[in-house]
Ligand binder design. Structure first.
Ligand SMILES: Nc1ncnc2c1ncn2[C@@H]1O[C@H](COP(=O)(O)OP(=O)(O)OP(=O)(O)O)[C@@H](O)[C@H]1O
Ligand SMILES: [Mg+2]
Length: 303
């Protein structure tokens, strides 16, 4: 007699994101040279490596901003290889940028609302051909369904901004250009969160932040993780990586040279060599950082 219940399986659940054999060449330079990268639901995985290792390029490939020359990317059981950033975003992946990108002339609230756009229902008409016209008409007439959705979204914006304590809420109606550098970076994360992403990609969220701001960001990311947010993080500040990560992937010259638990990776001779060989863990070129060589940043492989 065959069993009528599902048999236990030893197969591990499929990762949320699975990139295989990613390659990206720029002329004669191989920025990403055959990298496998995966992350499961609820995990926080950090991608580290010296300047120019290929971290941002890998993020660009995953988020659809750039296309791989070789390799495949599956996200949430969909093949997203070579898809547009909009399609990847619609599939549930949001990212922030190394050098920060906000809409300078929009208010804090509107920046975050932009992030929520993919989830709007009432203001997105169901008729694709006359879509833009209908969308404009709905914006002008603002029927109750649109007003109700907007009110709910505004409330949600406040909830998202509250993650950043009193940093953004009191500035909710101020234009982004009037904010401090650190606050603009927070707005960008808030915008990425507004789409309720299945996977959040953060490219050096603390670049250009001082110690206090960095410590605060660490708490925020830890809080997001505790809420179940799956996060792929590029970060140069290794004490932060050590404290937050479930797993660490190390890239060097476009290749993955180590992967594993933070403590294991920290003591890996190939990793130590990669950092020492490049003259230190350089902070990314970042507009708010004081001028000076990247090697001003000490090599800190001990947490
Ligand atoms: N659009 C491009 N055209 C040409 N070369 C590029 C391009 N984008 C990146 N590169 C090169 O690819 C390599 C990897 O760059 P990438 O920005 O991915 O490094 P990274 O690991 O993010 O470094 P950092 O820590 O400095 O941000 C570098 O040598 C870089 O100069
Ligand atoms: Mg980078």
């Amino acid at each position: 007699m065959t069993a009528s219940f599902p048999l236990p399986t030893t197969e591990a659940p499929r990762p949320l994101l699975e990139a295989r054999g990613l390659v990206r060449r720029f002329g004669g330079l191989t920025a990403v040279g055959g990298v496998d990268l995966s992350i499961s639901q609820g995990e926080l995985v950090s991608v580290i490596g010296p300047n120019g290792a290929g971290k941002t390029t890998a993020f660009n490939l995953i988020s659809g901003l750039d296309r791989p020359d070789e390799g495949s990317i599956r996200f949430d059981d969909i093949d997203i290889t070579g898809r547009s950033p909009e399609a990847v975003h619609a599939a549930g992946l949001s990212r922030t940028f190394q050098h920060g990108r906000v809409f300078a002339n929009l208010s804090v609230a509107d920046n975050v609302l932009v992030g929520a756009h993919r989830r709007l229902k009432a203001v997105k008409p169901a008729w694709p051909i006359i879509g833009p016209v209908a969308e404009l008409a709905l914006a002008l007439i603002r029927p109750p369904s649109v007003k109700a959705e907007e009110a709910a979204l505004r409330e949600e914006v406040r909830e998202i901004l509250a993650i950043f304590g009193e940093r953004l809420l009191p500035r909710i109606d101020q234009p982004a250009y009037s904010l401090s550098y650190a606050n603009r970076r927070r707005v960008e994360i808030a915008r990425a969160l507004a789409s309720r992403p299945k996977l959040l990609l953060l490219d050096e969220p603390t670049a250009g932040m001082n110690q206090t701001e960095t410590a605060e960001m660490l708490e925020i990311i830890a809080d997001l993780k505790a809420r179940g947010q799956t996060i792929l993080l590029i970060e140069h500040k290794l004490d932060m990586v050590m404290r937050l990560s479930d797993r660490v992937i190390v890239l060097d010259d476009g290749k993955k040279i180590a992967e594993g638990a933070p403590l294991v990776v920290r003591n890996d001779p190939a990793v130590i060599e990669a950092y020492l060989g490049h003259g230190g863990v350089g902070a990314a070129a970042d507009p708010a950082a004081p001028a000076g060589p990247a090697s001003d940043q000490p090599v800190r492989l001990s947490a």
